[in-house]
Write a protein that binds this ligand. Structure first.
Ligand code: FAD
Ligand code: NAD
Length: 467
């Protein structure tokens, strides 16, 4: 029988990173993936394909709407080859997943293709169409990820009533895309199709889009999305989703109890994701999941069995690829006897719309609710030379710092390239920087990063220089 120091079940960013780190630390490592391609949700139907389509659709929008402002005239009609856009996305996915095969090989990690299920605390069965095998493992890491959450009254037919998975491989551009859920997926994929010409209606249950992020970001993004002609319906509770031939009828109730009807040709249900544990046979280990379907773990990410760990989307916390990766590394190092640590407050969140939205640390809403005294420094992107040069004028950087100590408690930004800019804030907060530390740091001119320095100056003594 094959025997390993560590077996990882699931090859998403949590699982494959855990496997690499275990192998780096000298452990004999295997990984089990039920699909034929490695990389999990993130590489196959999540982060990578959605960003590929966001990039392609951004180019299309620039060409059709903005090139002429730069004096670039394209003679003749700009046309869209949507099937090529989708096949380019598929090629990006394929290259990226092959990269994981390369990494597994390079690190001498044994890959098993098949469904992994528990036999007992030290044995896992791998079942594929053609074979069944049991392997022995000292330690097991469950990294089985998540699946889209469904609404009981909205049957996903994968044709017109769809989840993000289908939205990444449509065969035509919707005329009217109804998006249920104004969270990250709804806004990112909604923007892809808006740029390609769809009418897009977003129906959100809460009183604002991206409701878990700082309210200021939600307000600014709503303003920009309205300029981009999105129809946004907040405080709307969807009660019915019914397919009618090539159309989908959606009924919602607004905050005044009025019934509103929407008719579209596609309806994307993006109301969150749920932990995925089907087929694992957790019963064999008497591991029960909580009411959100997640596997419960302690602060070392151990389940009730000390040699069995769980990481990523299948456990509590932000459902983000980089959170899963950090947990993969943490568990590998714990198994190796080290004492690693994750500061979950410093896991950044990013929405890859344009403008991009990014956040780390505490929101202003949180500080108010918890009576924490703070200072605010905010700087608008439009005051930057760099923003004017590229005509990306929307957005701001907001720094929240402790009123007494000046330590940065949260950074919230919206604007061009904020997905990359947020790293400066994360590093600063990892080192417990004060707003003044950032304010006194040289930032290259002209860059969008100057908004960080200016917001820090504003938080320090209200002494931003360029406003
Ligand atoms: P997953 O990536 O879900 O991987 C789990 C793997 O386990 C899968 O391959 C599955 O097939 C396998 N598996 C499950 N059960 C078994 C079993 N019994 N045996 C064998 N294999 C099994 N996050 C970001 O940080 N940035 C983004 O830009 C971003 N964009 C996203 C866009 C979309 C459209 C979606 C849907 C998600 C996005 N996410 C993004 C979230 C991100 O994809 C997840 O947080 C991340 O993939 C979680 O990683 P994981 O390793 O926990 O699980
Ligand atoms: P989400 O939690 O970001 O947003 C879901 C939204 O749906 C929320 O605003 C919620 O209030 C709303 N909602 C819930 N029930 C509703 C209902 N019945 N009617 C109307 N609105 C309803 O979830 P998501 O957008 O589906 O994304 C799932 C996960 O994937 C998220 O946790 C996210 O972290 C991850 N993801 C991350 C990225 C990124 O990092 N850029 C991109 C895509 C997905």
């Amino acid at each position: 029988m094959n025997s390993f120091d560590v077996v990882v079940i699931g090859s998403g960013p949590g699982g494959y990173v855990a496997a690499i780190r275990c192998a780096q630390l000298g452990m004999k490592t295997a990984i089990i993936e039920k699909y034929n391609t490695m990389g999990g949700t993130c590489l196959n139907v999540g982060c990578i394909p959605s960003k590929a389509l966001l990039d392609s659709s951004h180019h299309y929008e620039e060409a059709t709407k903005n090139f002429s402002n730069h004096g670039i005239n394209i003679d003749g009609k700009i046309s869209l080859d949507f099937s090529k856009m989708i096949s380019r996305k598929n090629e990006v996915v394929s290259q990226t997943t092959k990269g994981i095969d390369f990494l597994m090989n390079k690190n001498n990690i044994t890959v098993f293709n098949g469904l992994g299920s528990f036999v007992d605390q030290n044995n896992v069965k791998i079942s594929s169409e053609s074979s069944e095998e049991i392997i022995e493992c000292k330690n097991i890491i469950i990294a089985t990820g998540s699946k889209p959450t469904v609404l009981p009254f909205a049957k996903i037919d994968k044709d017109r009533i769809i989840t993000s998975t289908e939205a990444l491989k449509l065969k035509e551009i919707p005329k009217h895309l109804i998006v249920i859920g104004g969270g990250v997926i709804g806004l990112e994929l909604g923007q892809v199709y808006k740029r390609l010409g769809s009418e897009v209606s977003i129906i959100e249950y809460m009183d604002k889009i991206i409701p878990t992020m700082d309210s200021g970001l939600s307000k600014e993004l709503t303003k920009v999305f309205k300029k981009q002609k999105f129809k946004i319906h907040t405080s709307h509770k969807v009660t019915s989703v019914v397919r009618d031939g090539d159309y989908v009828n959606v009924i919602a109730t607004d905050k005044n109890d009025q019934t509103i009807e929407f008719k579209g040709d596609y309806c994307l249900v993006s109301v969150g994701r749920s932990a995925y544990t089907d087929g694992l046979n957790l019963e064999a280990l008497s591991i029960v999941t909580n009411k959100r379907g997640q596997i419960e773990v302690n602060d070392k990410l151990q389940t009730k069995h000390s040699n069995i760990y769980a990481i990523g989307d299948v456990v509590e916390g932000a459902m983000l690829a980089h959170k899963a990766e950090e947990e993969g590394v943490l568990v590998a190092e714990i198994i190796a006897g080290q004492k690693p640590h994750i500061d979950y407050n410093l896991i950044p969140g990013v929405v890859y719309t344009w403008p991009e939205v990014a956040s780390v640390g505490k929101t202003e809403d949180y500080l108010k609710e918890n009576n924490i005294t703070y200072k605010v420094g905010q700087f608008p992107m439009r005051a930057l030379g760099r923003s004017r040069a590229s005509s990306d004028l929307d957005g701001f950087v907001k720094i929240l710092a402790d009123k007494k100590t000046d330590e940065i408690l949260g950074v919230h930004m919206i604007g061009a390239r904020c997905a990359d800019l947020i790293s400066e804030a994360v590093v600063a907060m990892e080192f417990k920087a004060s707003a003044e530390d950032i304010a006194r740091t040289s930032h290259a001119h002209p860059t969008y990063s100057e908004a960080m320095k200016e917001a820090a100056l504003a938080a320090t003594e209200n002494r931003a220089l360029h406003i």
